[in-house]
Design a protein. Structure first.
Length: 302
């Protein structure tokens, strides 16, 4: 059985339909992403899954529980990353951890968690004195203090600088390595590509597609491009004979080969067979952004 099952979820705010029809399922141990532009309905979806909002229609099961009917049971297995603004400015890092640990019968050791998120040196700092990245890391530690089977992380790298973002990605991978299933909301394509085993693309409250990042990109069937400067003249026919190659273009001393499948290995192997070295080799592959554009006609990027 899947750990999280969402079927035909529907949620409206007054007369605005935020989630129109969202279905997906998440297996134990997965990092599952919900990716979409601002206002797509991502947060509303995970708030319904986390029991923080009541759905208007459709079904949700989390480890067999209905998040709305069995909120106490859900709290024992699901930790949602809190919006950091919910903490008081003067609370110290260790006090927040200690307070949240007191909500659970068998909490994790919060000292170990602070170590995991790299906040031990800041344990006596007040919330007001933490940087944006430190606040985000504290919110992740607070979500984990109840030893959840599932962690819901919503836009956890928004507003972070590139280094802090990469640190956060490593933290998410460490949490999963610990056996926690992760439901991750993001609008960063790079984050989804790096972290998610599978993800669902949402736009306008509806699921556009669900697959692995590579599967979503491949389904769109975009060409890859391999460019290089050959060490000696190349007979284009050698490359055009490869099933992966669709076209070969020359641009000065550079050759640009486009096609699909395992294009780069096929091209380099064929060149090697003729003792040709592809200098300054560059591979441009389609991204999730391209997939989103092809599926919706819109750009996903910030
Ligand atoms: N409490 C609310 N009351 C009324 N409308 C809301 C409320 N919360 C969200 N909405 C609206 O519902 C739609 C979906 O919002 P939601 O926050 O779920 O999207 P999102 O994909 O998470 O976007 P973002 O990345 O901007 O948070 C948006 O149009 C938003 O303005």
């Amino acid at each position: 059985m899947e750990l999280i099952e969402v079927t035909n979820l529907r949620k409206r705010y007054k007369d605005h339909v935020a989630v129109e029809d969202v279905s997906f399922s998440v297996g134990e141990g997965e990092i599952f992403g919900i990716l979409g532009p601002n206002g797509a309905g991502k947060t509303t979806t995970v708030e319904c899954v986390s029991g923080l909002r009541r759905r208007d229609g459709g079904g949700i099961r989390v480890a067999g529980l209905d998040p709305h009917r069995d909120r106490a049971g859900l709290r024992r297995i699901l930790g949602a990353q809190l919006q950091s603004s919910q903490l008081h400015d003067q609370i110290k890092v260790w006090e927040a951890m200690d307070l949240y640990a007191s909500f659970y019968p068998q909490p994790a050791d919060w000292r170990t968690l602070l170590d995991l998120v790299g906040l031990t040196p800041k344990r006596n700092a007040t919330f007001a004195k933490l940087s944006g990245g430190q606040r985000q890391r504290l919110s992740v530690a607070l979500a984990l203090v109840g030893r959840p089977r599932i962690a819901v992380l919503d836009e956890l790298t928004t507003g972070l600088d590139p280094q802090a973002r990469r640190d956060m990605w490593e933290l998410v991978e460490a949490i999963r390595a610990d056996g926690v299933t992760i439901l991750l909301v993001t609008h960063f394509m790079e984050e989804a590509e790096r972290l998610c085993d599978r993800l669902t693309l949402i736009d306008g409250g509806k699921v556009i597609a669900t697959d692995s990042p590579a599967g979503l990109v491949a389904a769109v069937g975009q060409d890859q491009r391999v460019s290089f400067r050959p060490s000696k003249p190349v007979d284009e026919a050698i490359l055009l004979a490869l099933p992966e190659v669709r076209a070969v273009e020359r641009s000065g001393a550079q050759l640009v080969v486009s096609g699909t499948g395992n294009l780069a290995p096929a091209v380099t192997l064929a060149l090697a067979g003729h003792q040709i070295v592809p200098n300054d080799l560059r591979i441009d592959q389609a991204t999730l952004d391209d997939a989103f554009l092809a599926l919706t006609g819109k750009k996903l990027a910030e």
